[in-house]
Write a protein that binds this ligand. Structure first.
Ligand SMILES: [Zn+2]
Length: 346
């Protein structure tokens, strides 16, 4: 009896493992557990056994019965899975798959700014932040641009309702330039001063391909004894060569900015026509890339620095404009669009 049970177990486990279809499994199930199935009929012979044999055979029979049932069920699942995989046209790969997380990247402006920060960091400039929401005093007044000064027409300022702030109406605003860091840096760091400030600025602009209400600025302030326009030319060249390559030529042209005296436009030879003159540079062969100048003595004084002992330069540009020139981007609005088709190019 014991050996016939073991034989049934051995034979049928083998058949089950070789079954390829659900139909074959159904037949095996019937052969074992059907009305005349081998397992079904076995207990009929138990009456012939002695009590001590019954005690031994009973548990063995139950164990084999359960084992065969679960072997059939398990094989059924396997056949179903293979069938499903064939239906969907995919093989069943049970190997563990390494799921790689989707990786993004930094925004093109952030990438560019990191590059600039690294460059000026090497030249000994430290980063200095100033608030986006600021007072008229830091943004204009202390930078030699008093309330009635015509220079204020250069900025279309976004003013903030200051009702609950305790600040006089019309004196709280969104900074129009990163220069609101200048006075703070002079007062905090003192001399010699080498600071860079960058980030968002805001103006009440009509939005088009070249203007936006929200944009980036980068500027440096360098104050020490005997700082002159020569330093300005050197920094302009170092910077533009690092961004556009060593062959770019640079020049300074006189230009008016209220907080510098004298002021200069920093121009680079047109990267599109190499100085020959084209549509983008308006036929001149040069592009204005940054604004700069010697810091006005009044501004130094407002920052607590003695202008008869120290002199300084301020130098800044709009990162978006340089990225547009570097990569030939036509529309400034792309930067804030969040459009993946644009962002994935970088
Ligand atoms: Zn050109």
């Amino acid at each position: 009896m014991e050996s016939s049970i073991s034989q049934i177990k051995k034979d049928y486990l083998d058949k089950i493992s070789r079954a390829k279809t659900l139909k074959e499994l159904d037949d095996i199930f019937l052969a074992l557990f059907g009305k005349n199935g081998e397992i079904t009929l076995l207990p009929k012979e138990f009456s012939k056994l002695t009590p001590s044999e019954k005690q031994k055979i009973g548990p063995l029979f139950n164990a084999v019965k359960t084992e065969l049932e679960s072997a059939i069920e398990k094989r059924r699942e396997e056949i179903r899975e293979v069938g499903y995989a064939e239906l969907t046209g995919e093989g069943l790969d049970l190997q563990p798959v390494e799921v790689k997380p989707r990786k993004g990247h930094l925004h093109p402006i952030t990438q560019f700014e990191k590059e600039i920060i690294d460059l000026f960091d090497k030249l000994g400039f430290q980063q200095f932040d100033a608030p986006h929401v600021d007072t008229d005093e830091y943004n204009f007044e202390l930078l030699n641009i008093p309330a009635e000064h015509p220079a204020r027409d250069l900025w279309d300022t976004l003013y903030i309702d200051s009702k609950n702030s305790g600040i006089q109406p019309g004196k709280l605003l969104l900074r129009t330039h990163t220069s609101n860091a200048q006075i703070r840096a002079m007062r905090d760091i003192k001399t010699p001063l080498r600071m860079m400030s960058l980030g968002r600025c805001f103006r009440y602009e009509a939005v088009d391909a070249r203007h936006n209400h929200t944009f980036e600025q980068f500027e440096i302030v360098y104050v020490d004894k005997r700082v002159s326009m020569t330093n300005l030319q050197y920094l302009s060249e170092t910077f533009l060569k690092a961004i556009f390559g060593p062959e770019i030529k640079t020049r300074l042209r006189p230009k008016y900015f209220p907080f510098v005296e004298p002021g200069a436009g920093v121009e680079g030879e047109c990267v599109f026509c190499k100085g020959k003159g084209c549509r983008i540079c308006g036929g001149v062969g040069w592009l204005e890339l940054a604004g700069a100048g010697m810091i006005h003595p009044t501004v130094l004084q407002n920052g607590g620095i003695n202008p008869s002992e120290y002199s300084g330069i301020a130098w800044g540009f709009g990162p978006e404009r340089l990225i547009m020139l570097k990569y030939g981007i036509a529309d400034l609005r792309e930067f804030l669009s969040g459009d993946l088709k644009f962002l994935e190019k970088f």
